[in-house]
Design a protein around this ligand. Sequence first.
Ligand code: SAM
Length: 394
Amino acid sequence: QKTESSNKQTKAKSSCHALLDRFDQQYSKELGDLWASVRSVLLEPRSWQYGVMLNRFCSVTDTTQILQLQGFSTLLLQKGVTEKHTLPDSGCISECPPSDFCCPTDGASLVTSQHPQSEPSLPPLLQCYVHPSPLRFPSQAHRHGQLKQYYLLNAASLLPVLALNVRDGEKVLDLCAAPGGKALAIMQSANPALLCCNEPDRHRRDRLAKTLESFLPTSLNSGVIVSAEDGRSFGQNEPGVYDKVLVDAPCSNDRSWLYSSSSQQGEQRLRERAMLPTLQAELLKSALLAVRPGGVVVYSTCTLSSYENCSVVRSVLNEFPEAELEDLQEEIAFPLSQYFAFNPYATHRPSPHEPSLQPQRWKESYHHPLGILVLPQPGKTWGPMYLSRIRRRK
Ligand code: SAM
């Protein structure tokens, strides 16, 4: 295994003018001065960092050693021994997909330690290796009869999974699951009784199934299922069934859409972008109906757009009096701000003289992001990633 620069992979990319113009108009208003530095990162793919998630279901000692030798370090620091975890039986897969399909932009690569230690707020088994510079660990080729050891990802993809905080024995729905990076991260972080990975698009669902097959032992087959529904139907068809639901919604993927292959594709995506908030709100409503009273829904996107982020969350909260927004500052933004650049609101601690906004007023405040947003910044190029957590009270 040798590390290669992202340079090789990305040198041919050129950005789409129509999308960049739209981003300039919208994001300079929404992000103010911060847009200039976010823009500089999005326009320089050679600066992008990648994370490596190890697979706890197979031995990763050799990979961990190589990562450490090359200057990678664990993203999620695990301090103190609070829990000991037993790994489920490692299993070999009989059939693996023929080629590597790790995807650095919308996939996720998680590294897991063999005998992880945890601090209470972080899933004990989930670790990700990152490098301070944009070194890209090579994707892993198919290994006949063996599980893949790691998955490459934008490390910000882990944050919705951390916010979901799945516990052993829970029933979990990943409403928009392909290509499967977050489903894998969920399986690295806990042993749910059920993980239903839903994806209506056939090609993407095939890719999801291959991801699961390549990383999870066959002994988990009964607990991890793939379904093919329109996510909007779950609320009606399976009301109150799940403990946790992840809505990693279809969205304008700012990072990849900026590099649309033609101006026609760019224009088409701008038209799609206008339609997305309606679909996103319907998916989020469906998720809130599919979760049990007391259960939790995490809504996430990989766009900076407030129309697809806080506007969607606000409109759904206004329709669901039983839905309660939860704070992610203390649990995610403060502890992880050394790795990720968040929107200023996420890491703002009100001074003693400054009145802090009470949770019940959040949704009425048009300046409140109703979640946290990871902003790509030089040296911390992770994101964009927006996440919001909502609990169904009854
Ligand atoms: N969670 C995935 C991961 O971490 O690898 C990425 C999900 S991607 C952002 C959004 C997915 O939603 C796409 O695969 C898309 O096909 C799917 N999707 C689109 N419309 C949907 C719908 N009505 N119901 C459920 N999923 C949908």
